[in-house]
Ligand binder design. Structure first.
Ligand SMILES: Nc1ncnc2c1ncn2[C@@H]1O[C@H](COP(=O)(O)OP(=O)(O)OP(=O)(O)O)[C@@H](O)[C@H]1O
Length: 261
């Protein structure tokens, strides 16, 4: 596959935190429509790579291209507005707000209220709001969140909170979705639901997905390709079953079987 067909291209990306060399020249290419898995033992650099891609911790070396355009150095909100939405390892919802309002927050990149326009043309503001609400309703339908739409996010189970976070990301109408351990802490049933929703979203919206996941059964079931990181370096890359069976990967996981559940 040529570089131009890749939606996401990371080239020799490195990131330090003081004396900690979290990423050491990692390269990865993700093609349009792929579900791409990012795996590796704890502390291997997976979240750091995602933070580099989404602008939270820009890389100190290397380049990141999204749809052919260099994005490293751009602020997270600009990267989000440019088409990459993400979820977080620890659920990051707006506490004290309803499910519906949390999902609406995903639309903030599209909301450009002008005080003057709102004052003199109130119909304009209403038309805008209806448009945003329509989009949010579509996402609520897709992720089957209707029954909890008016609940406070604080009182719903973790599995649903993670689904609300996914909904907020989808309401931003991204072309690429970056998921940081979307199934962490879930029971088997919640995990199966989440897998289904990720697949539904990817298929119906034509998304490209980058997913960090410790559950290897999920990675082998849904990913087209996988990068295995270890100690900030690329250890293996390819179709998930092959990458995970690589002797270097097996060796890296020995003694850390909890990661590879
Ligand atoms: N903000 C930070 N400040 C200092 N060190 C950091 C920071 N973020 C990550 N690190 C360090 O970088 C290394 C890689 O961490 P990272 O969170 O990317 O790993 P990970 O593979 O996502 O781990 P896990 O599976 O446990 O989430 C670790 O040594 C971590 O302590």
């Amino acid at each position: 596959m040529s570089a131009s067909e890749n939606v996401l291209q990371c080239e020799n990306v490195s990131r330090w935190f003081g004396g900690i060399h979290a990423l050491k020249g990692v390269s990865v290419s993700v093609a349009q429509g792929q579900i791409y898995g990012l795996v590796g033992p704890n502390g291997s650099g997976k979240t750091t790579l995602v933070n580099c891609i989404t602008g939270f911790y820009p890389p100190q070396e290397g380049r990141i291209l999204f749809e052919g355009r260099q994005i490293n150095g751009m602020k997270p909100h600009r990267i989000a507005a440019g088409g990459i939405a993400r979820t977080f390892q620890n659920v990051a919802l707006f506490r004290g707000m309803s499910v519906l309002d949390n999902i609406l927050m995903g639309r903030h990149n599209f909301m450009h209220p002008s005080p003057l326009a709102s004052l003199f043309y109130p119909w304009w503001g209403r038309r805008e709001e209806i448009k945003h609400r329509d989009k949010v309703e579509e996402v609520i339908d897709l992720l089957q969140l209707e029954s909890v739409r008016d609940e406070h996010v604080d009182v719903i189970p973790l599995g649903l909170q993670k689904r609300v976070e996914l909904a907020r990301a989808l309401s931003a109408e991204p072309r690429m979705l970056v998921l940081d351990e979307p199934m962490a802490g879930m029971n088997q049933e919640e995990k199966e639901y989440m897998v289904r929703f990720v697949l539904d979203a990817q298929e119906s919206l034509g998304l490209t997905v980058l997913i960090i996941e410790h559950h290897m059964d999920v990675i082998t079931a849904i990913c087209d390709r996988t990068l295995v990181l270890n100690d900030g370096m690329s250890l293996a890359e390819g179709p998930p079953k092959e990458a995970i069976a690589d002797p270097a990967v097996v060796a890296a996981y020995i003694g850390r079987t909890g990661d590879a559940a």
